[in-house]
Design a protein around this ligand. Structure first.
Ligand code: R5P
Length: 265
């Protein structure tokens, strides 16, 4: 692998082969998302526990101190909104010059397999990969399900993940599914990270799916709302980090989480 590409990937996926990405890109289609109204304040107590951020260039420029040492993944697809006609109708919104100028360690773009805009989003991905590969910038494909959350089952997710990898994504982000998550991993030749999705009722549910996903071969997570929308974001990210990087079980993570809340660690 070319030096620049390898170096950027190494900044994101740590020496143990695992990664915790903290996404704060939600405003790109849903505006001032709950608990993310002021991104700089949201990340202040938790960013130290993340391996990388994921965000748009606008939030990066306006809310992130340029002396930050964290690498980041720049979201470069968008131009849709929750009040618009179809979330799948995304376009590429950031040039390669901006990606390089702003020193992104990777870029991310959503793909909408099975949607009316399947071909458009996959063509966008292939063009992005062609351009980014020239400069050694890894592309992370975000396998999106739009509003149809029922698509979160292994057969669909494995299909989308494989197609994204075939087009050239260096990393694939997919949702977790309880049944046969390993099928997604087995069929995808590049590292897979798990997206968080809407906030769960209990913290335990998050620890469960992160643990199970890691056991089945994911390299990590790209998990936002289930960290920064929870009552205890620091405890939440530290416990998730322990599952990813220290091999904690769900029970160990939950105990650790409770200890942090109780101020015992
Ligand atoms: C969509 O809003 C973004 O691509 C997020 O980065 C992604 O959904 C992961 O964030 P969450 O864990 O909040 O779903």
């Amino acid at each position: 692998m070319e030096w620049g590409m390898q170096n950027r990937l190494n900044r994101l996926i740590q020496k143990d082969g695992k990664a915790l990405f903290l996404p704060i890109d939600h405003g790109y289609f849903q505006g001032p998302t709950h608990c993310l109204e002021k991104p700089a304040e949201t990340i202040k107590p938790i960013v130290q526990y993340a391996d990388a951020l994921m965000l748009t260039r606008g939030v990066l420029r306006n809310c992130i101190d340029p002396t930050i040492e964290k690498p980041y993944v720049m979201r470069v697809s968008g131009a849709v909104s929750v009040v618009g006609e179809d979330l799948a109708n995304e376009s590429r919104v950031t040039s390669i010059e901006e990606i390089i100028r702003l020193n992104a360690s990777a870029v991310s773009m959503s793909v909408f397999v099975g949607s009316k805009y399947e071909n458009k989003s996959l063509t966008n991905l292939s063009e992005l990969v062609d351009e980014c590969e020239k400069y050694g910038v890894p592309v992370m494909a975000v396998c999106a399900v739009g509003k149809e959350l029922e698509k979160r089952e292994a057969r669909y997710l494995a299909l989308a993940a494989r197609i994204a990898a075939e087009i050239g994504a260096r990393v694939v982000k997919t949702y977790y599914c309880k049944e046969h998550f390993e099928k997604i991993i087995d069929g995808c030749p590049v590292p897979v990270v798990i997206a968080g999705g809407p906030k769960t009722e209990t913290q335990r549910e998050v620890f469960d799916f992160v643990y199970d996903g890691m056991q089945k071969g994911a390299v990590g997570v790209n998990l936002g709302r289930n960290i920064w929308q929870t009552p205890y974001p620091v405890a939440s990210i530290r416990a998730i980090r322990a599952i990813i990087h220290e091999g904690f079980t769900t029970k160990e993570a939950e105990d650790f989480y409770n200890q942090i809340i109780a101020g015992k660690t």
